[in-house]
Design a binder for this molecule. Structure first.
Ligand code: DHB
Ligand code: FE
Length: 278
């Protein structure tokens, strides 16, 4: 049986890619953000996962508004990043784990989640930035299973549905016979709005409520409708749905190993949370 070690959730602002390329980690603006990752990297070095199940939202690179799956699971041998218009460097192709991809797909479909399966999938900043933050010195030593959640084109899946989807993925991983170790990486959020009258809005109070609830009371978040989430955390703050899927994968009890919250990075309330299975 494969082992889920825990989860790391982080924001995925594209400007982070520019800061990495320009080596601005010690710059006054960036330092409080980058320093937060030391503890996450130490945890990864200690636990040495083989595979990262990566829950994110595609921003128009792989799926566009004309075709938008609610939930899509990558099943490719490698994943290529590509220019998506932010002017950030692409990264070398990332290795996939096709066996685990198909085990998850089989498991969640049997569990009545009718996902889109992607044997080719381009990965955007929501995948590449977290990989660079968590494994900065080399290509990631993990194979990935990317899972895309629609947080872009309404109607979005509800928070309750996202938690259940995560739980189904968790069951599929638990039933996968292998001795490999899995880390769940969820990306996006927290509060931010990139456009419209409320552009630049952030909501630290709601962000803290989310971070606190995610440790052991994720069902507190499933009471919020999509409209509530947009209102409380912004049109792009709904990326918290990715974190809720990731938390569902972890199962019942977790222990918070580390949290960093820094406002703002670009337009976003940036957050990092490391949860270990209790
Ligand atoms: C920003 C945040 C995001 O989550 C994103 O996908 C793009 C941009 C930002 O704050 O600039
Ligand atoms: Fe985003």
């Amino acid at each position: 049986m494969s082992e889920i070690l825990g989860g790391i959730s982080t924001s995925h602002v594209p400007a982070i890619g520019g800061a990495i390329a320009k080596r601005l980690q010690q710059d006054l603006y960036w330092k409080p953000f980058f320093d937060g990752f030391d503890r996450a990297r130490a945890w990864l070095a200690e636990h040495q996962p083989d595979i990262a199940v990566l829950v994110y939202n595609d921003h128009g690179l792989n799926f566009f508004l004309d075709k938008m799956p609610t939930f899509a699971i990558g099943a490719a041998a490698t994943y290529t990043s590509s220019d998506e218009g932010w002017g950030i460097p692409t990264i070398a192709p990332v290795r996939g784990d096709q066996e685990l991809s198909w085990a998850i797909i089989e498991g969640v479909v049997a569990d009545e989640f009718d996902v889109t399966t992607c044997q080719e999938m381009l990965i955007d900043h929501a995948v590449t930035i977290p990989l660079q933050l968590l494994w900065p010195d080399r290509p990631p030593p993990v194979r990935i299973v990317p899972i895309s959640v629609n947080t872009v084109q309404h109607p979005l899946p509800s928070a309750a549905r996202c938690l259940k989807f995560g739980q189904a993925i968790g069951r599929a991983i638990a039933g996968y016979s292998s001795d490999e170790k899995v880390v769940v990486v969820s990306t996006g959020g927290l509060s931010h709005q990139l456009d419209g009258e409320r552009a630049g809005m952030i909501n630290p109070e709601f962000d803290q409520l989310c971070l606190n609830s995610l440790v052991n009371e994720p069902t507190k978040l499933t009471g919020y409708s999509t409209r509530d989430l947009v209102e409380l955390s912004g049109t792009q703050g709904v990326e918290i749905l990715n974190w809720i899927v990731g938390r569902g994968i972890l199962g019942s009890r977790t222990r918070e190993i580390h949290r960093n919250y820094h406002v703002p990075i670009s337009n976003t309330a940036s957050a990092l949370q490391v949860l270990e299975l209790a």
